[in-house]
Design a protein around this ligand. Structure first.
Ligand SMILES: *[C@@H]1O[C@H](CO)[C@@H](O)[C@H](O)[C@H]1NC(C)=O
Ligand SMILES: *[C@@H]1O[C@H](CO)[C@@H](O)[C@H](O)[C@H]1NC(C)=O
Ligand SMILES: *[C@@H]1O[C@H](CO)[C@@H](O)[C@H](O)[C@H]1NC(C)=O
Ligand SMILES: *[C@@H]1O[C@H](CO)[C@@H](O)[C@H](O)[C@H]1NC(C)=O
Ligand SMILES: *[C@@H]1O[C@H](CO)[C@@H](O)[C@H](O)[C@H]1NC(C)=O
Length: 444
């Protein structure tokens, strides 16, 4: 590594967990040993990134290798983000290029502003005639403006089972700037429903289908994974999850759900058509109007910005009430932010978590539902106490149901932006695997 031109990179020592450290070494070392042929005509069929869960806030981050020379850049995973954004201070790169006003990339990002003149010497974030856009943090619901730019990134290709060769892409578009973040993240990886999200940019750069699959680990000790491109998506011990997905259409919300935007863009969040909720097969009485999207309000989206599913007040009360009635468990005092907590005594464990009533999100047809088992519905808050892992979203939230991280973990979700549909695996624990089981040992 000492001979590597990249190993002296100043950000290298700030590594988090051993797996991440290993992957960083892998990328930096492979690029240095193979730097002559990195740009040779190897066309990857799919790419892979690790995803790490943070114990402090239960949210997930990834690491992208960006700039020239390459450095690891830690980004918050924002499933519904329109494009990536990266803090611009201390940004050093010889391959940084501002995105001009009026360019196709600028238009595709729904930018509504142009920096015609910047009155400092040119530097990342300060160029004349550069496209300006928002950097939106959905966790704190805050946004700042920044210059759109493009820069080089290096990613791992994969055959679906192991990482393979490192490939580079010279011009990933992002917004330079953004609000401050937790956990040492310096930006946001936008995977949303937009023409400039990371999956769409990678798909057009490498000409693979605009599909990606995200699998969030429930454990802070083992990395989850995102695959860009079609299956196979293989998890140890040899489970190809792409073979057993259930499908439902993605619903377009015609009104933006971001905290700041220009013009009248559609939402870049992924909405699905939840038509009812059943607990142990019995329908929960909820106001069906809340499940439709009207004027941008209501409906159901999937979000990595919330650690637990957030339900509009009346839905929350109905679901908690119905669950308590079905569960026949010993209640104990509630632990914030949850509504109902129970003793774990005498609750048997199963492969898919504590044996509690199943919660079904019934989708576009009665026979298609997203079934939530104990591992995804219950949260162990302390020894002997578990809570129903849903939180009260208040009486007039923008979106009625926001399916959050705890309910997504150890479920693989494939977003197909060709057919605009979601493929979901349901709990991988049934298949005796988890999202932490991708084999990150390279075979390159
Ligand atoms: C922008 O253009 C003005 C004059 O047209 C020039 O003085 C200034 O240095 C330029 N700024 C940058 C960042 O290139
Ligand atoms: C993305 O591009 C397609 C094809 O050019 C266009 O029809 C669509 O409206 C664009 N989507 C967004 C969100 O701008
Ligand atoms: C509820 O649990 C108690 C004690 O575990 C049991 O005796 C009772 O039969 C259960 N009732 C139902 C409706 O399952
Ligand atoms: C949701 O599904 C129901 C039942 O199939 C259908 O009537 C409705 O049009 C769907 N809504 C959307 C937004 O696709
Ligand atoms: C992970 O992949 C490597 C490379 O193919 C292989 O040698 C190793 O046995 C795999 N690990 C497991 C646990 O199967």
């Amino acid at each position: 590594m000492n001979s590597s031109p990249f190993s002296s990179s100043p950000s290298c020592p700030k590594m988090i967990n051993p797996m991440m450290f290993f992957l960083v070494l892998l990328i930096l070392c492979c690029l240095s040993t193979a730097s002559g042929d990195v740009n040779a005509k190897f066309i990857p069929k799919r790419l892979v990134l690790p995803i790490t869960k943070h114990p402090s806030n239960q949210l997930h981050t990834t690491i992208i290798h960006q700039r020239t020379p390459l450095i690891p850049v830690k980004l918050f995973v924002h499933l519904g983000g329109p494009y990536p954004w990266v803090h611009c201070d201390n940004y050093v790169s010889s391959s940084y290029k501002p995105v001009p006003c009026g360019s196709p990339t600028c238009e595709a990002s729904w930018s509504g502003a142009c920096t015609t003149e910047c009155y400092s010497p040119p530097s990342p974030g300060c160029h004349n005639n550069s496209c300006s856009n928002f950097a939106d943090d959905p966790v704190t619901i805050s946004a700042t403006m920044g210059e759109m730019a493009e820069d080089a990134v290096a990613l791992l290709s994969t055959n679906g089972r192991n990482p393979g060769r490192v490939v580079s892409f010279p011009s990933l578009a992002f917004t330079c700037g953004g609000p401050s973040l937790q956990d040492g993240a310096v930006g946001s990886a936008g995977f949303g429903r937009s023409n400039v999200s990371i999956p769409v940019q990678l798909a057009s750069a490498f000409r693979f289908p605009a599909k990606f699959a995200i699998c969030l680990s429930s454990s802070t000790a083992s990395s989850g994974v995102v695959f860009f491109g079609k299956g196979p998506y293989v998890l140890l011990p040899n489970v190809d999850v792409s073979k057993s997905l259930i499908h439902t259409p993605l619903v377009l919300n015609p009104v933006s759900t971001a905290s700041a935007y220009f013009g009248e863009p559609p939402s870049t969040d992924y909405f699905i058509n939840v038509t009812s909720i059943e607990i142990n097969g019995k329908a929960v009485k909820i106001n069906a109007r809340l499940l439709n999207i009207v004027g941008g309000y209501g409906g159901t989206k999937i979000s990595t910005a919330r650690p637990y599913t957030v339900l509009e007040t009346s839905i929350f009360k109905a679901v908690v009430g119905a669950f308590i009635k079905e569960a026949n468990l010993t209640r104990v005092s509630s632990v914030s932010p949850f509504g109902a907590c129970f003793s774990t005594r005498n609750v048997p464990s199963t492969r898919v978590g504590p044996a509690v009533p199943v919660i079904d999100l019934v989708l576009h047809e009665k026979s298609t539902y997203w079934r939530i088992f104990g591992a995804n519905s219950m949260v162990q808050v302390k020894k002997g106490v578990m809570c129903l892992g849903f939180v009260n979203g208040g009486s007039e939230p923008r979106t009625s149901i926001v399916i959050g991280g705890h309910q997504l973990e150890d479920n693989l979700l494939q977003f197909d932006l060709v057919k605009f549909r979601l493929g979901f695996s349901s709990s991988l624990l049934f298949k005796q695997t988890t999202c932490g089981n991708f084999n990150f040992t390279s075979t390159a």
